[in-house]
Write a protein that binds this ligand. Structure first.
Ligand code: SAM
Length: 261
């Protein structure tokens, strides 16, 4: 059995019976999931870019417009103070090769920062930074679980597009819990969290047919997303589901917007 399959077994047992494994055992399983995911994306970062560019989906643009409208609306109505600067701060978690962060940097009112932990993608982001397309402080090389140690209340918006589902929902405050706690930590009160995850239930190793091989996915029901966000002081203000038609097969998505209390 591979290390990832062993880790999956621990995760599944923890999900079936929370607390059945000691914290160290669950932490080691989550670390293995993160290591395997990062290795897969680093090995295939070029083919991932080609797959995303080849199959743009109009729902993505709708989600972006929905997010921008929500953040700008909250700033305009005074429920999310802009502070001293002229721009608001957006953190794109799991930014990949930077397609979306580069789109946000073109907006005059947004200062966008990309967070990424896969070396292959970090190279793309550094190259864009070197070309001046991402600001000098615009790349954060970090695991999304480590945001608890970052500067508190720095961001007006945290966007987590197709990234959170690479962490399992487990006990002991690890995995997805640690990440969501970190999102809340770096957000200003009244700030907006955007989450897009694969919909479904349970955990699985899925090959999305894009040349990336099998990767770990935590699938989410609306109730699980709501519970996870509410337990970290977020109010869910919008939730939608959609099916993306891909040549490799349909993908079920779940989108949520939440506000930091
Ligand atoms: C499906 S890709 C989405 C990339 C990008 N948001 C997009 O839509 O094109 C998932 C991204 O999350 C990153 N990722 C996965 N686990 C992570 C972790 N623990 N910390 C930081 N980034 C992570 C991957 O390296 C990858 O860039």
């Amino acid at each position: 059995m591979s290390s990832l399959q062993n880790a999956m077994r621990v995760v599944e047992q923890d999900q079936a019976q929370p607390g059945v494994h000691r914290r160290e055992a669950v932490a080691a399983a989550v670390d293995e999931v993160v290591r395997a995911t990062s290795t897969a994306y680093t090995a295939q970062s070029a083919s991932y870019e080609q797959a995303r560019e080849a199959q743009p989906w109009e729902w993505d643009e709708y989600l972006t417009a929905t997010l921008l409208e929500r953040v700008r609306g909250r700033i305009a109505e005074g429920s999310l103070p802009l502070g001293a600067g002229k721009q608001w701060q957006l953190l794109d978690v799991g930014a990949g090769y930077g397609r979306d962060v580069l789109r946000f940097t073109e907006e005059p009112d947004i200062d966008a920062v990309a967070l990424e932990n896969a070396d292959g993608f970090v190279k793309y982001l550094r190259r864009a930074q070197g070309e001046g397309r991402i600001g000098p402080d615009g790349v954060m090389v970090s695991d999304m679980r480590d945001l608890g140690a970052a500067e508190a209340a720095r961001f007006h918006c945290v966007r987590v597009h197709a990234t959170l589902h690479h962490l399992p929902v487990v006990s002991h405050g690890l995995g997805a819990d640690a990440a969501v706690a970190g999102f809340r930590h770096v957000l200003l009160p009244g700030g907006v969290l955007y989450v897009l995850v694969k919909a479904g239930s349970g955990v699985n190793i899925i090959d999305t047919g894009e040349g990336l091989g099998g990767r770990f996915f935590q699938l989410f029901t609306p109730a699980l997303v709501k519970q996870l966000l509410e337990c970290h002081s977020f109010s869910v203000v919008q939730m939608e589901e959609a099916v993306e038609p891909r040549s490799s097969g349909n993908v079920d998505w779940l989108f949520a917007l939440a506000v930091a209390k």
